[in-house]
Design a protein around this ligand. Structure first.
Ligand SMILES: NC(=O)c1ccc[n+]([C@@H]2O[C@H](COP(=O)([O-])OP(=O)(O)OC[C@H]3O[C@@H](n4cnc5c(N)ncnc54)[C@H](OP(=O)(O)O)[C@@H]3O)[C@@H](O)[C@H]2O)c1
Length: 248
């Protein structure tokens, strides 16, 4: 129960990596604020979690200027304060840069990056936390090229770059900021990627991961470590969780 007594906001909690993070947080004793657009799925996740005090806050991070203040107010009603923030909501590959529209590029940056920056700005306010640990779910796409993912990679590279500076800016406030960089993990996002790039391409990628494709829990376990006070001397880092992909 290494997160006992903590209150952790997890975006993307309706499925995949965010859902696994929410479950692992709850298993380790935390109460979880579950955020995504699909309120019904979030209720299902909440009902499946051990422990108590979990909240469902449906929000569309495509519109963060409106949704982020609202979701922090909902999460921290009655004077509750957050101790952690995990940004796992994300939009996967939409189209290669050669054909991606400005609209789709802005949508990817809004959900994957800008909403994170707005959430950090809220998290550090005394009304919402007294410090804590922030974890951005980035991607190895930020550090290793792959055909067709240049826009997505840009959103994740922006996250990694900001995590380093945020760690320095926020150290005095008792806030640590880190990123995890998963490679290919078995979620719906990977399934939709295989529809775009083809099953053969996905199999070629799997062959490049010495440990094969990971599970959402593999990423969640790294996130739990960064939320846990045992990682209290780690900030500004980008932890690869990639089955050896970038070691090749
Ligand atoms: N799977 C991989 O191989 C892989 C590899 C590297 C990095 N990642 C990163 O890991 C994170 C999670 O990926 P995943 O594989 O779990 O993806 P996923 O299964 O597609 O889940 C994406 C999550 O983001 C939420 N979301 C999407 N758009 C949103 C919006 N506008 N507002 C609020 N929530 C929104 C979705 O919930 P709703 O639809 O209910 O809103 C869902 O909970 C992403 O940041 C992704 O880039 C994944």
């Amino acid at each position: 129960m290494i997160l006992k007594g903590q209150m952790i906001l997890v975006t993307g909690a309706s499925r995949g990596i965010g859902k696994a993070c929410a479950r692992r947080c709850a298993e380790e004793g935390a109460s979880v604020v579950l955020v995504a657009r699909d309120g019904d799925k979030l209720e299902e996740v909440r009902n499946s979690l051990p422990g108590s005090g979990h909240l469902v806050v449906p929000a569309d991070l495509q519109n963060p200027e409106e949704s982020v203040p609202n979701l922090f107010d909902a999460a921290c009603a009655d004077g509750v304060k957050l101790t952690g923030l995990v940004h796992a909501a994300g939009i996967g590959v939409s189209a290669p840069a050669t054909v991606a529209s400005m609209k789709s590029m802005l949508e990817s940056f809004t959900v994957n990056y800008f909403s994170f920056m707005l959430m950090v700005r809220h998290f550090i306010r005394k009304k919402y936390s007294d410090g804590g640990s922030i974890v951005a779910v980035s991607s190895v796409a930020a550090v290793a090229g792959w055909k067709g993912v240049s826009v997505y990679a840009g959103t994740k590279g922006a996250l990694n770059a900001s995590v380093r500076s945020l760690a320095i800016e926020l150290a005095d406030r008792g806030v640590r900021v880190n990123a995890v960089l998963p490679s290919n993990i078995k979620t719906e996002m990977l399934e939709s990627l295989s529809l775009i790039t083809g099953e053969d391409a996905v199999q070629r990628v799997e062959a490049k991961q010495p440990l094969g494709f990971g599970d959402a829990e593999d990423v969640a376990n790294a996130v739990i470590f960064l939320l846990n006070p045992a990682s209290r001397f780690i900030t500004g880092s980008s932890l690869t969780v990639d089955g050896g992909y970038t070691a090749m």
